[in-house]
Ligand binder design. Structure first.
Ligand SMILES: [Zn+2]
Ligand SMILES: [Zn+2]
Length: 344
């Protein structure tokens, strides 16, 4: 079928809105009519060439919609189901998946830079018939998506789809980093750098864990004063070396830094080694909130429906796909607080 999609052809160049061809779902694949797609810092990292998710490719990795059709052998979802697409699709057989760490599935990670689906092919072509990539299996800035069945998680229809899309990235990434990456306990002090969708979900997670105080201030002295000498847990959500360094200098003795923001391969920060032994601090990386997608996303949906996640307040603006380059620029200028979502 033909559909509109936001295509990235070159790094550091605007995305183009194009009519592209989407092939029908093959075995164990699902066709989804996109309802809402969030714009994430990682989309900006991709557009700026700081990470490579497969060029040329259709952008977007945080999307929810309604199942339109299913390929042969699909049993977990059916036409009409509300679903969220996940950007990690645990293969189930690599060493990481077998040990219960599907959030770092090596088969998925190896495919990211190619833009291909798990069977190493693409369903997307441009108007000249040239292959396009699916950004991390999702390609959510498009009217329709073909995703692997394992990458489509059914969500309850009571949850509005503009909030359901957050289940694809910013909610598990921010919330999971607090719960799984840090293991924050009541009364632990927490400082978080970056107040977009992921950062605000980390704040919410820290709040629900009764962390105190929770600082959203950037400067090191303010956080040190608020927390009485340093935060037990610091989180960096942007992938900015300067912010990472600030966060590291803010940790209390025996504290832990949790890195959430994606960092390009060449980015480095210098850390005195006494930070590790003398101060007994640690630095921990997380990906996708270290969640089990099919187990944790339905639990998050229930929390959202009980009003615990305040996801309605996270949607700070709705935009049309034609505005995607303006949205990217606003994020680059750090003008976005909360999450801006594309409405289809
Ligand atoms: Zn994201
Ligand atoms: Zn795997």
């Amino acid at each position: 079928m033909k559909m509109r999609a936001a295509v990235l052809r070159e790094f550091e160049k605007p995305a183009t809105i194009e009519e592209v061809e989407l092939e029908p779902p093959r075995e164990k694949e699902v066709l989804i009519r996109t309802a809402f797609t969030g714009f994430c810092q990682s989309d900006l990292h991709f557009m700026r060439g700081r990470v490579n998710f497969g060029l040329p490719g259709v952008l977007g990795h945080e999307a929810a919609g309604i199942v339109e059709d299913v390929g042969p052998g699909v049993t977990s979802v059916k036409k009409g189901d509300h679903v969220v697409a996940t950007w990690m699709v645990p293969c189930g057989t690599c060493p990481e998946c077998v040990s219960g760490r599907g959030y770092i599935c090596r088969s998925s990670i190896e495919l990211f830079s190619s833009g291909l689906l798990p069977d190493k092919t693409s369903r997307l072509k441009d108007w000249k018939g040239r292959q396009l990539g699916h950004q991390t299996f999702v390609s959510g800035f498009a009217e329709y998506m073909v995703v692997p069945e394992k990458g489509a998680v059914k969500v309850k229809e009571e949850l509005p789809l503009d909030q359901a899309c957050f289940m694809g990235c910013c909610l598990p990434t921010g919330f999971g980093a607090v719960y799984n990456g840090a293991g924050v306990k009541p009364g632990d002090s927490v400082a978080i750098w970056g107040m977009g969708g992921v950062g605000l979900n980390a704040v919410r997670g820290a709040k629900l864990r009764s962390a105190y105080p929770i600082s959203k201030e950037d400067p090191v002295p303010i956080v040190k004063e608020l927390t009485g000498g340093g935060a037990k847990y610091t989180f960096e959500v942007i992938g900015d070396p300067g912010a990472v360094l600030q966060a590291l200098w803010t940790i209390a003795l025996g504290g832990k830094h949790i890195q959430i923001g994606i960092c390009p391969p060449m980015d480095m920060v210098g850390v005195p080694l006494t930070f590790l032994t003398g101060h007994c601090n640690s630095i921990v990386g997380t990906q996708y909130g270290m969640i089990q997608t099919h187990q944790d996303i339905p639990a998050f949906v229930d929390m959202a429906l009980r009003g615990e996640l305040l996801l309605d307040r996270l949607v700070t603006r709705k935009f049309k796909v034609e505005e995607i380059n303006d949205v990217a620029e606003a994020m680059k200028q750090r003008q976005i607080v909360g999450r801006w979502v594309c409405e289809w």
